[in-house]
Structures are given as C-alpha cells and as structure tokens.
Design a protein around this ligand. Structure first.
Ligand code: ADP
Ligand code: MG
Length: 204
C-alpha cells in the first residue's frame, strides 16, 4: 500500500510484487486491488497471465483489459500489435489500476502495459512475478518482495485448515508445530498439508 502511494498525483507508476510460487502474491495483489480500486477511473485484474496467455495468446487479455476498463465496451482486435495501439489510444487519458498477475515473459509486459505513456496520469500498474529479472528489464519503479507467514500466522492458517479452528486443539500443538516448521512460512504448503489432515486421526 505504501509503495502504491509513492509519487505525485500525476505520475504513472509500476510496482512489482516478487516471490516464489505459493508465497501468496496473487491473494496479496487481490486484496490491495479491492482496497484501492475505487480511487481510479477504471480497473482490471488479469489473473494468471502466464497460463492464460499459454492457452490462447495475448489478444484475449488485451481485449479483457480494454473491456473492463471501459466498462463493457467491446473492441475487435486483429492481432497483438493492433491490441497495443488500441490500449494506448483508449486508455492514455484514464487514471487506471491494472494488475498483471503471474507474468513470466517480457513480451506479456510489452503487449499489456508497455510503458507509462500508455495510461493516464495517476495510474498504477501492479505486476506479480516469480522472476525478479523481468521487473528489472521493465520500467518498474518499486519492488515488494512477498514475505512468508510469521510463525503465529502460519500456525493459525494450519489450524484453520486441519481442525477448522483458530488454534490447535489440546494435545495437538507439537504436532501442528512440526508441520508449520516444515512448511517454512509458505502459505500454499501450509494450506495443502493442513487440508490433507482434516478429519484424520493422529495415527493416520
Ligand atoms: N496471508 C495469507 N493467509 C492465508 N492464506 C494465504 C495467505 N497468503 C496466501 N494464502 C493462501 O496460500 C495459497 C498461496 O497463494 P498462491 O496464490 O498460490 O501464491 P502465488 O500467487 O505467490 O503463487 C493460496 O491458496 C492462498 O489462499
Ligand atoms: Mg499466483
């Protein structure tokens, strides 16, 4: 949130969220987006850019971007170069909030949010990625390194998944701690392990 606030009202700024898979970049970006999106004239959250673009290329993502920011207006895009012109022409006067989630190729950044002139003043673009190098190559002003959960948060998440309770039941604290230590604060691991144990006996 504080990195989003850096810069003057007129600046267009790119902010990276960087970290390993399962650390919680997507949920973090989602929470931030929901919190601040009403401060912008339009917003778009493109989840899973890597897998979506592998499935059907970048044109549908360019279409989604324009469609959502212009609130329902549809455009025909011939190819991804056409899409680049379209985005620049339609959005350069709008103060927008855009999230590009799980970007893994430079090309995706170039075709969806090439540079700060594409968007109106005050816009913010949040990019999540596992690849820090990618952020270095693009015009990214700030980078936030996603943090794993602290012990107490990890224990709570584990407990919610394994026991559907905020704290481990009596006699299950050491048992829970061994899982939490093993997962080293990685929420995806805690979530998966905890869910797997739900409704099982200690012996199992
Ligand atoms: N702070 C958190 N508290 C509870 N669960 C979380 C938290 N952060 C992430 N998670 C959960 O952990 C999983 C990891 O998130 P994921 O989207 O796979 O991470 P990434 O986008 O970095 O690959 C998700 O299932 C999410 O619900
Ligand atoms: Mg993700």
């Amino acid at each position: 949130m504080s990195l989003l606030a850096i810069g003057s009202e007129d600046d267009v700024r790119f902010i990276g969220i960087w970290g390993m898979g399962g650390i919680g970049k997507t949920p973090l970006a989602r929470v931030v987006y929901d919190k601040v999106f009403n401060e912008f004239q339009g917003g778009c959250f493109i989840a899973n850019v890597m897998s979506e673009s592998e499935k059907c290329g970048l044109v549908p993502l360019q279409q989604k971007l324009i469609h959502e920011i212009l609130m329902g207006k549809s455009v025909y895009i011939r190819d991804d170069c056409d899409g680049v012109h379209m985005i620049k022409n339609r959005l350069c006067h709008k103060k927008i909030l855009l999230v590009l989630d799980d970007v893994d190729q430079f090309d995706q950044l170039e075709k969806l949010a090439g540079d700060s002139k594409w968007f109106g003043s005050g816009s913010r673009v949040i990019i999540t990625t596992k690849d820090r190098h990618l952020l270095g190559r693009h015009e990214v002003h700030e980078i936030y390194e996603a943090q794993g959960l602290k012990y107490i948060e990890a224990l709570r998440l584990f407990s919610l998944k394994a026991f559907k309770e905020r704290d481990p039941p009596k006699g299950y604290l050491d048992f829970s701690t061994s899982f939490v230590d093993y997962a080293k604060g990685l929420p995806l691991a805690i979530s998966v392990l905890g869910s797997l144990l739900y409704n099982r006996s200690k012996k199992e």
